[in-house]
Write a new protein. Sequence first.
Length: 69
Amino acid sequence: MTDDRIECPHCQHIIPMTDGERLQGHVTYWGQERITSLECPKCEREVFLQEYVKRWWNAGRTAEEAAEL
């Protein structure tokens, strides 16, 4: 599991998840508990997705300091 791609569980093809058109319908603001699916572009089989959202904050004494990662 990575932030920017998934592996098809049928054929192990790497599917990039950075394309806005592909992400449409699979991305939510809060990571709602729902299963979606897409078709693998290689084997054309259905792949089911569960979205998880990860957030973090950086604090600083100034805006510039907070912006530094």
